[in-house]
Design a protein around this ligand. Structure first.
Ligand SMILES: [Zn+2]
Length: 149
């Protein structure tokens, strides 16, 4: 394979995704440590279309970032979050298209983004194999909700 430096624009984007995955690995490793887990089974992310992250590139970067760590065999599950806007004219919150942030009720452009630009760690599935003491009750999934950016 021929390698070019300074690379193409896509390689730069992948670097961005790789940096996100490395930050993600630090976060899930900290969670695994706190839960005394041995393996991470799956990592669930919620990504809005306006987050500036390409899910396909993020998956590629994830395979690199997970190697050799506690999440070596973990699955990455990406859930696409909806774009929602709050209307400054009629006050309604409606779904919108990423490139067309119009109020779904009255059609005005005067809206504020409510959601759709987030990248969040929604859920981590862990395994604790070396169970020396009885398993503690599962923490509330909501406690795992953390913004990554
Ligand atoms: Zn409206």
């Amino acid at each position: 394979m021929t390698r070019c430096w300074p690379g193409n624009p896509q390689a730069v984007t992948a670097m961005h995704e790789l940096a996100i995955c490395q930050a993600l690995m630090e976060q899930v490793e900290a969670i695994a440590l706190a839960e005394r887990a041995d393996h991470i089974v799956s990592i669930h992310l919620g990504i809005g279309p306006l987050a500036g992250v390409e899910p396909r590139l993020l998956e590629q970067a994830f395979f690199i970032a997970r190697a050799g760590g506690i999440a070596d065999e973990a699955e990455l599950v990406i859930e696409s979050l909806p774009v929602r806007v709050c209307c400054e004219q009629c006050g309604k919150i409606t779904d919108a298209l990423p490139a067309r942030l119009l109020c779904g009720a009255c059609g005005t452009w005067r809206t504020k983004l409510v959601s759709g630009d987030e990248l969040q760690l929604a859920h981590v599935e862990l395994i604790r194999q070396s169970a020396e003491e009885p398993a503690e009750p599962e923490a509330e999934p909501q406690a795992r909700q953390q913004q990554l950016n």
